[in-house]
Design a protein around this ligand. Structure first.
Ligand code: PLP
Length: 448
């Protein structure tokens, strides 16, 4: 209606006048109009003009059970009416205790304790601070460096952002770069064209082992990595890579921290992917996003009993892990996460595994297009990478704006695409049907 249209117009103006959007460029900071979304249902969102779009990136990899889920919406209200907040400093609520138990049951190995945070960045930050605390309490004060990789993305707090792989963003801000040991991106598509996958994997593992030797295990607290680099372009590492670097970490007393902020809670058809898909049992897993399907900001880390037992046995009764958030273990977030987990356990995990081959079959067909260098992915995560030249794999130059134009075309045709330069990243709500996958693939075909 006209009234509604005027409301969106007003909201857009208010945003331009008063909102600072995430990741703004200096030239438009505090003065930006981004597309206004009005509502959502299932895999769809509606824009301010009432146009229905498939939510290709599921928000930010998070709307796993889809939009407008009544059970989750009701749970938010019910928990707010029951207990809307309690201080985690000196009290506990029942939903967080039950959720911790259920997460521990799904987590691999002896990862049996959960610290809840407000999202992914705070989950990764917590894991890094924990790793340093763990070194200090054991009297290993020098053991502080963190191994991370180009192409990774781990958040926007100081330490988590320091892990990020994009040099472009680091050029303009201060980061804890001196703490980081940066290794290569395990991107098979960008390996030298005449190198086998086995040799590529062996090279990455050698680089890892060399870095540990060069910096000294006594100076390295942890490795942090995504099992699949999500924002880096859905980069699936070569087979065996994760297990090999896990072994190096174990042999050198380096904590192996897997950032499952994107991959946990169903995206790859499992609650956690580390063991199910990559055959590794981490020391710490971080999660967020899908844990509440984006209905409430919640994240956390699952920690190995071995580490906690070690701390308790350390004879340092005065040592304190001075780390906690006002909204740790938030009762509303945890109540929503419990219902979200019910939905995943009931049949959504099974459904995701069942629909995954169809999703990849349809998207893979886009490789027939001249612009498409590769379609890759795993579970309900895929990246369509556009190239300037299919022989050299040279990426499309940023200034050609091809990526932006593809996004715009797709949006006009009814598909929301996350703008990632020359890559179309698809991670739809897990409830997507075959017919909706067909529409997504058709729109991408036409848009590209
Ligand atoms: N870790 C990974 C792998 C992510 O993809 C993200 C966000 O996209 C984060 C951490 C940061 O999460 P948040 O934005 O909830 O702080």
């Amino acid at each position: 209606s006209d009234k509604q249209a005027n409301l969106y117009k007003k909201a857009t103006q208010e945003a331009v006048d008063h909102l600072v959007q995430p990741w703004p460029s200096a030239g438009s900071i505090g003065a930006e109009a981004r597309g206004m979304l009005a509502s959502g249902e299932g895999v769809y969102v509606h824009d301010e003009n009432g146009r229905r779009l498939i939510d290709g990136p599921a928000g930010m990899w998070c709307t796993n059970v889809g939009h407008r889920n009544e059970v989750l919406a009701e749970t938010l209200k019910e928990q707010a009416m029951e207990l809307s907040y309690n201080s985690p400093w000196y009290t506990t609520n029942e939903p967080s205790a039950e959720l911790a138990r259920r997460i521990a049951e799904h987590a691999p190995g002896d990862l049996n304790h959960v610290f809840f945070t407000t999202g992914g960045s705070t989950a990764v930050e917590s894991a890094l601070r924990f790793a340093q605390f763990y070194s200090n309490v054991r009297g290993l004060e020098g053991k502080k460096k963190i191994i991370c990789r180009d192409g990774g993305y781990h958040g926007s707090t100081y330490l988590s952002a320091s892990l990020n792989g994009s040099q472009r963003s680091r050029n303009w801000m201060d980061f804890a770069d001196e703490m980081m040991i940066r290794l290569s991106c395990p991107d098979p598509f960008r390996r030298p064209r005449d190198m086998s996958l086995e040799d590529f994997c062996a090279g990455l593992v050698t680089e890892f082992a060399d870095a540990v030797r060069e910096h000294g295990p006594e100076n390295i607290a942890a490795f942090v990595g995504e099992p699949i680099m999500a924002s880096g372009g859905v980069i699936v590492p070569p087979e065996g890579y994760f297990k090999a670097i896990r072994d190096i970490c174990s042999a050198n007393d380096i904590l192996f921290i897997v950032d499952e902020v994107v991959t946990a809670f169903g995206r790859l058809g499992h609650v956690f992917a580390s063991e199910s898909c990559f055959d590794v049992v981490p020391d710490i897993i971080t999660f967020a996003k899908g844990v509440t399907s984006g209905y409430f900001p919640l994240g956390g880390m699952v920690v190995s009993d071995r580490l906690l037992d070690g701390l308790r046995a350390s004879n340092h009764p005065e040592a304190m892990f001075a780390h906690g958030l006002t909204y740790s273990s938030h009762p509303i977030g945890c109540a929503v996460a419990l219902k979200n987990l019910d939905i995943l356990e009931d049949d959504l995990l099974d459904y995701t595994r069942e629909i995954t081959p169809y999703f990849h079959e349809k998207l893979k067909a886009l490789e027939e297009l001249e612009l498409v260098g590769e379609v890759r992915g795993m579970g309900l995560m895929a990246c369509i990478e556009c190239v300037a030249d299919r022989k050299s794999h040279n990426p499309i130059r940023l200034d050609t704006e091809v990526g932006v134009r593809i996004d715009r075309h797709c949006q006009e045709l009814g598909l929301l695409v996350r703008p990632l330069v020359h890559m179309c990243v698809m991670s739809p709500p897990l409830v997507i049907t075959r017919a909706q996958i067909d529409s997504m693939a058709d729109i991408l075909h036409e848009g590209i």
